[in-house]
Design a protein around this ligand. Structure first.
Ligand SMILES: NC(=O)c1ccc[n+]([C@@H]2O[C@H](COP(=O)([O-])OP(=O)(O)OC[C@H]3O[C@@H](n4cnc5c(N)ncnc54)[C@H](O)[C@@H]3O)[C@@H](O)[C@H]2O)c1
Ligand SMILES: O=C(O)[C@H](O)CO
Length: 338
């Protein structure tokens, strides 16, 4: 991606802070003067900062937007995130400044649930480890039980967060793999109304019960002040000995040092992680080499189809919100603030 600006003083300005497909970029350029500058790239930082003072709209993802940036952007009206998670945005500051936040719920739900289920399979059946066993030439005779995995079908799945992705994950587990599902969420879901196919197959339980009864626990809830560090020394200690932990949410919901201790003490048999406290995962992170960790580079929604759908939705959101119309992906905090 190159830093680019298309000068025309009278046009309203939009700042694209992460790569956008050409088709979406063209839609923006047809109406607005567009600067493309990703502040995570040193070569783009100056252009990003220079674009803030006149920007009315911003679109992108994976960049923490700070109050200091908002201070530099007095004309900003809309931020359109190419993500469903909104933990990169200072929600209270946006609210108090009257800046609209949009996101991309729904279009990535099924793909992210696929990724989380893939991590469940990979961690339980040791798929990555055993594929490397073959690739690295260690398959010289039939494997013995030291390389056996654990069944997934029929095991109890605990889901932390039972919104769009949690319910899509429950469908895969309950309907496809005959797994009883326990879930922990801020409130009980009316399954008969919202997910009738899961009636009788999922149960809302307090966190402690989900942790102590599930064979596999998968986190798919947002990162908020209430969920930061949710999985820590005490909560890992409540999990079944030999259980498996999967994180498809955000890295910071986990105390990674406590996770490593739970793996090394034998409390956890394995962990499957798509997200980390620091991304990309630092070279010296022990999670990178741990034999019982399957680590992915934050690919929950990373398919061609889904990333295109997210970019298209985020672009529509930005155009609508800047036109003063109601965008499909308006981020609205629920009755309980995050
Ligand atoms: N790994 C990835 O690439 C990837 C992709 C998409 C989404 N995500 C993450 O998944 C999250 C969930 O997405 P979604 O579309 O299912 O959201 P959603 O809003 O539909 O569902 C969130 C669920 O979490 C629950 N929850 C919220 N705060 C809670 C708390 N303090 N305690 C217990 N439960 C709580 C809610 O009650 C709800 O059931 C996103 O916010 C994002 O961080 C990750
Ligand atoms: O929140 C999301 O949409 C995913 O994590 C992709 O960034």
């Amino acid at each position: 991606m190159s830093v680019s600006a298309f000068a025309s003083p009278q046009r309203r300005r939009v700042l694209v802070f992460r790569e956008l497909p050409a088709q979406q970029l063209a839609l923006l350029q047809a109406q607005y003067e567009v600067t493309v500058a990703n502040p995570r790239l040193p070569a783009h930082q100056a252009a990003f900062e220079a674009a803030l003072p006149l920007a009315e709209g911003m679109i992108g993802s994976s960049v923490p937007i700070t109050e200091a940036m908002l201070d530099q952007a007095p004309h900003l009206k809309v931020i359109s995130s190419i993500s469903v998670g909104v933990d990169n945005y200072p929600l209270a500051a946006l609210r108090s400044r009257g800046i609209t936040l949009c996101h991309t719920p729904g279009v990535l739900t099924e793909t992210t649930a696929d990724t989380v289920f893939a991590l469940i399979m990979a961690s339980s059946r040791r798929l990555v480890e055993l594929a490397l066993h073959v690739r690295e030439g260690h398959w010289q005779r039939n494997i013995d039980e030291s390389l056996f995995g654990r069944d997934v079908h029929g095991k109890t799945l605990g889901i932390l967060g039972f919104g769009r992705i949690g319910q899509a994950l429950a469908r895969r587990a309950a309907l496809g793999f005959n797994m009883p599902v326990l879930y922990h969420a801020r409130r009980e879901v009316d399954v008969a109304q919202q997910a009738p196919e899961l009636l009788g197959r999922v149960q809302h339980r307090p966190l402690d019960e989900v942790l102590s009864q599930a064979d596999i626990v998968a986190a798919v809830l947002p990162l908020t002040p209430a969920t930061r560090g949710l999985m820590n020394e005490a909560t890992f200690a409540r999990m079944k000995p030999g259980a498996i932990f999967i994180n498809g949410a955000r890295g910071a919901i986990v105390d990674e040092a406590a996770l490593l201790r739970a793996l090394d003490s034998g409390t956890l048999a394995a962990a499957g992680l798509d997200v980390f406290a620091t991304e990309p995962l630092p070279m010296d992170s022990p999670l990178r080499q741990h034999p019982r960790v399957t680590a992915l580079p934050h690919i929950g929604s990373a398919t061609h189809e889904t990333r295109e759908a997210m970019a298209a939705m985020a672009t529509r959101n930005l155009l609508k919100a800047l036109a003063g119309e109601a965008p499909e992906g308006l981020y609205a905090e629920g009755p309980e603030p995050l």
